[in-house]
Design a protein around this ligand. Structure first.
Ligand code: FPP
Length: 254
């Protein structure tokens, strides 16, 4: 587990970067409460922190950045908060799309986006299309995303495929074992590689149904900073900590 006690860190001192970083943007509500603001205002501050963070991450040699923006469980929040989050996302995408193109940020989504409000689906489709040729950084917005849902969805897809083989008389193919590679093809995140660095600001030390399969060998970094305060320097601390990890993947150190 990481501590907050690092001094300021120079970017030039970091030599090894993760390929895929994932972040749980937690703590917006508490940040707002501490300031006597509404939860929606906390999410707005989270959106602004995200803006600044993306502008920094795109300057780093990190090709993939996944964000837990709305979980399959977030529907249980009050309707007004859910609506405020969807409105904020539309606003964020509309405002940022040209900036993303300019910076080379490609937007994509993971999750069951068919359940999003109609306007969000339209806006999302438009930004994905508009940024499809950007190649510096892929920002993967996880929307109506939950790992259990994703894994069940993949299992169902494979079951349907096997049934098709049966129907076509291809019994051998229908009875083939499922490989990890085949399974991964059906994950919402495909073809993004596994998570190397999993970040959770906000003080909680849990994964909360986020990228469970993809984070099998991720390094887990927790900090008490609330997401609206998670800035460039916090990101540098996490990266410096990551560089010091000995990643063995179940094997032994060299
Ligand atoms: C968790 O904080 C955060 C969320 C459920 C939403 C994350 C959304 C944003 C950062 C807004 C920006 C997103 C986009 C796509 C523009 P919490 O509300 O659970 O915080 P708490 O634990 O302090 O209550």
């Amino acid at each position: 587990m990481a501590s907050d006690a690092h001094p300021e860190i120079e970017l030039s001192s970091i030599k090894t970067f993760p390929v895929h970083v994932a972040i749980v943007m937690d703590g917006n509500g508490r940040w707002a409460k501490n300031k006597g603001l509404s939860r929606s205002e906390g999410h707005r501050a989270g959106g602004e922190a995200l803006d600044r963070l993306l502008d920094f991450v795109v300057t780093l040699p990190i090709p993939f950045f996944s964000l837990y923006a709305f979980s399959t469980e977030n529907w249980k929040r009050p309707v007004s908060e859910v609506q405020a989050l969807w409105d904020l996302m539309n606003e964020f995408f509309e405002k940022r799309v040209d900036h993303c193109i300019q910076k080379g940020i490609k937007i994509r989504a993971s999750g069951d986006v068919s359940k999003l409000p109609l306007l969000n689906r339209k806006v999302l489709k438009r930004v994905i299309k508009k940024t499809e040729n950007c190649s510096h950084l892929t920002v993967n917005f996880c929307l109506n995303y939950g790992s259990r849902d994703e894994i069940l969805h993949a299992a169902e897809k494979i079951m349907q495929e096997r049934l098709e083989f049966y129907k076509n008389g291809q019994k051998n193919k229908a009875e083939e074992s499922i490989t990890e590679e085949e399974f991964e093809k059906y994950l919402y995140t495909h073809p993004i590689p596994p998570v190397d660095l999993f970040l959770r600001p906000g003080g909680e030390k849990r994964i909360s149904n986020f990228l469970l399969w993809q984070s099998a060998y991720a390094e887990l970094y927790f900090t008490d900073k609330l997401f609206p305060d998670f800035d460039q320097n916090e990101m540098l601390k996490a990266l410096a900590w990551f560089e010091g990890r000995d990643r063995r993947y179940g094997s032994l150190s060299e």
